[in-house]
Structure formats: structure tokens, C-alpha cells
Design a protein around this ligand. Structure first.
Ligand code: CAP
Ligand code: MG
Length: 412
């Protein structure tokens, strides 16, 4: 690996307006300065050996700068001109900040922990159309957590089965439903039939109770088709779209969010993220993915269950994900953080104490597995959110709310 003092600018301050600044945790047996220089080299102007065609002018303009090392975390600044938003977009950003470096022999592990973009780049992104304020307005739910379900079983139900499930969930008071991440247009549940059936169920709930609900239809598919599929779902009455961002790509979220014909909020699922975010010594943090989803226009994003659900994660890292979604550091509407995965009504008490109320809490098994069926599970979730919102201990509230009591008895 080419090692050159030239990539080391330790202690030098670079103008954050002119650089994309990345924080990498580096695991190496080498001098960490060498390892950090190897990352800066590979991701900007260098390769494994010096080349005669790299002249001083090119180097000076475009090389990555290692500006700081604190413990095992290196700060590397890439000149803004290394990026090309008009054509390359987020795919090219990721090729620079999260590309070949993960395969470098010189490193035992490296994890992109965070990234800070200059205003000139952030201005090129529009962010969420709706985000927290827009979704709250659509659902007429100004301050309470949104509360939803994922239709279970994950696959196999016919369109009428989805409609029945969502009708029951809505009659139980839920604000949100969603397709599961593996559902698409399978023979047992054609997308168009599902959209129509669910839209009718949501209309029935509103007509019978006044409750407004939205259901995210999974439109994840190939890049050249996703807008067309989303437009068709919208035409047929869909109230929300869902995109699996890691499998479809950030550019797919951006294409939907920025398409003027698409008026629906976008629920962003992150399935497969665990392959990249789970290992704390190698990969990319969910904070980085959360910032990119917000820039690309996702309206709601799965951020984890803050240490209380089934998916690996912890309160600290999920709070960092939540901050990336809602914090003022990015000049966009806040993205609704979604807590999902092994959730059930009893867990809403500890969850809301950590997240606060600007959160969408959803449960699949935690609704459909309730002794009272989907409607009972929905009621239990709504009761749990009401109790958490009013800060009433569940031990008290469940005395007068049967479905919550039954959920606590079943799942503890
Ligand atoms: C939850 C879920 C979601 C997870 C994904 C599932 O179902 O539908 O996909 O929330 O995890 O398939 O597991 P349950 P994350 O409520 O039945 O667990 O939100 O961490 O990306
Ligand atoms: Mg799922």
C-alpha cells in the first residue's frame, strides 16, 4: 500500500464548506496514521503504488486529507470536487466514502461512523416532502406517537386477507399499516389488487369511525420501474409507499421523493442493513444511512427499537439514528423515526421514555399475536401509546384497559 505523509494533515483545519468530512473507526495492527492514510489514498487520488500520471496539481486539488486521529477514529476530509451530484448522486458519494476501503488488506476492520456534508452539497437534495409534520397533518395526529402494524404473516395472505387485517387494525385505532419487506407482487397477492382492497378497508374505517389511517405499499423493485409501480399504486388509491432502501438503493428513494407526480409519503424499510451496520468493527453505521435517507426524501425510516425489541441494536446507537432523522444539523424536514421489530404493547412504556413522542411505533407479531386478534392487538397498542403519552404507569392503566392487560399477561 502506498504510504505517503502527503495524505496526513494532522491538526490542520479544513473549511467544512469545501469538504465532505468522514469519521472512520479503524482496526489495524499498523500505525493508525498509516492505516488512515491508506483509506485517504484509496478513496481519492492514490492506489497501491505510486503512478507517474499523478501530478502535483491533481494531487493537491483532489487528495483526501487525514486531518485528525482520536483513539481508533480517523477524520478524513474529501474535497467537494471529488463528488459529482448532477450525475453520480448518492451512488457516487458512497463509492468515495464507503467504497474500496472496506477491502483494504492493510486494515483488519474499518467502519464509517459518520459523515458531514458541506452546505453546497446539502442544497442539492430536497429532503422529505412530508416528514414528521406532513405525516402528522395527514393523520390528524398532532403530537402522539404514530402507532402501526405490519401485516402478518409476512407473505401468503390474499388481497382480501390484507383488507380484513387492515380493517381490523384501523377499527382498533391504529394510524399506520404496512406491507412486510418481502411482499411485492406475488401470485397470492397481486400488488394492484392489494392496493384496491386496502384502500377500501381504510375508507371503511374512516366512514365508520372517523379514524384516518395510511398503509405503506411495498413498491421496491428495479430502478427503471419503481416510479411507474408507485404511480400505479397511487392511481389505485394507495395512501403511502414503502421502499426497501438497502436493496433498492438510496437513488430509488430519491427518484420517488423528487418525482412531481408522486404525492404519497415514503416509508423507508432498511432490510439487509444488518449485513453492513451490525458489526461495530467493520461496515457503515445506521447514522450514515439515516442521513442519506433524509437527504433523499424518505418520510419515515426504521431506526431500531432502542434496546427494547428483537432486532440487534441499543438505545445509544438508535438515539443517534433518531437524531440524524430529526436533528437541526440537516436543513430538511424531520423524518419520522420508526421503532419496529419485536415490539409489543408492554414495551411501549420503556420505549417512549427513551424516544419521546415523535416516533412511529409498530408491531407485527405484537398486534396479530394478541389474544383478542388483530383488533384486540391494535387496541392494546393504542392503549399503550395513550398511557405512555399521558405518563400513566402501565400497571395502573392496564387495570382499566383489558386489551393492554391481556398483552402484558401474554408477553410480560
Ligand atoms: C417487524 C418486521 C420489520 C422489522 C425490521 C419484521 O415485525 O416486520 O421488518 O421491524 O427491523 O419483519 O421483523 P415484528 P428494523 O413486529 O413481528 O417483529 O425495524 O430493525 O429494520
Ligand atoms: Mg418485516
Amino acid at each position: 500500500m502506498e504510504y505517503s505523509e502527503k495524505y496526513l494533515h494532522l491538526g490542520e483545519r479544513v473549511d467544512p464548506d469545501d469538504y465532505v468530512i468522514c469519521k472512520y473507526k479503524i482496526v489495524t495492527d499498523l500505525d493508525i496514521r498509516l492505516a488512515a492514510a491508506a483509506v485517504a489514498t484509496e478513496q481519492s487520488t492514490g492506489t497501491w503504488t505510486g503512478v507517474s500520471t499523478l501530478n502535483d496539481e491533481i494531487f493537491e486539488k483532489y487528495h483526501g486529507r487525514v486531518t485528525g486521529i482520536e483513539g481508533d477514529v480517523a477524520t478524513i476530509a474529501f474535497p467537494v470536487d471529488d463528488f459529482s451530484l448532477d450525475i453520480g448522486g448518492v451512488p457516487q458519494i458512497l463509492s468515495v466514502i464507503a467504497g474500496n476501503l472496506f477491502g483494504l488488506e492493510a486494515l483488519k476492520g474499518v467502519r464509517l461512523e459518520d459523515v458531514f456534508f458541506p452546505p453546497s452539497m446539502l442544497r442539492e437534495f430536497k429532503g422529505p416532502k412530508y416528514g414528521i409534520p406532513g405525516m402528522r397533518e395527514m393523520l390528524r395526529r398532532p403530537s402522539k406517537p404514530l402507532v402501526g402494524t405490519i401485516v402478518k404473516p409476512k407473505i401468503g395472505l390474499p388481497p382480501s386477507g390484507y383488507a380484513d387485517y387492515i380493517y381490523e387494525a384501523g377499527m382498533g385505532g391504529l394510524t399506520n399499516g404496512k406491507d412486510d419487506e418481502t411482499l411485492s407482487n406475488q401470485k397470492f397477492c397481486p400488488l394492484e389488487d392489494r392496493v384496491v382492497a386496502i384502500a377500501e378497508a381504510i375508507d371503511r374505517v374512516r366512514d365508520e369511525t372517523g379514524q384516518v389511517m395510511m398503509h405503506a405499499i411495498n413498491v421496491s423493485t428495479n430502478g427503471e420501474k419503481i416510479v411507474e409501480v408507485a404511480e400505479r399504486a397511487q392511481e389505485l388509491g394507495a395512501s403511502e409507499l414503502m421502499v426497501d432502501v438497502i436493496t433498492c438503493g438510496f437513488a430509488a428513494v430519491q427518484a420517488l421523493a423528487e418525482d412531481p407526480s408522486i404525492k404519497l409519503p415514503i416509508h423507508v424499510h432498511r432490510t439487509m442493513h444488518g449485513a453492513i451496520t451490525r458489526n461495530k468493527d467493520h461496515g457503515v453505521s445506521m447514522v450514515v444511512f439515516s442521513k442519506l435517507v433524509r437527504m433523499c426524501g424518505g418520510d419515515a425510516l426504521h431506526v431500531g427499537t432502542f434496546g427494547v425489541g428483537k432486532m440487534k441494536g441499543g438505545a445509544e446507537e438508535d438515539l443517534a439514528n433518531q437524531r440524524a432523522c430529526v436533528g437541526p444539523e440537516l436543513p430538511y424536514k424531520a423524518v419520522m423515526p420508526v421503532a419496529s421489530g419485536g415490539m409489543h404493547p408492554a414495551l411501549i412504556e420503556p420505549l417512549v421514555k427513551i424516544t419521546g413522542t415523535d416516533v412511529q411505533i409498530q408491531a407485527g407479531g405484537g398486534v396479530a399475536g394478541h389474544p383478542g386478534g388483530v383488533r384486540g392487538g391494535a387496541r392494546a397498542m393504542v392503549q399503550a401509546v395513550d398511557a405512555a403519552y399521558e405518563k400513566i404507569p402501565f400497571s395502573e392503566y392496564s387495570k382499566t384497559h383489558r386489551e393492554l392487560r391481556e398483552a402484558i399477561q401474554k408477553w410480560g
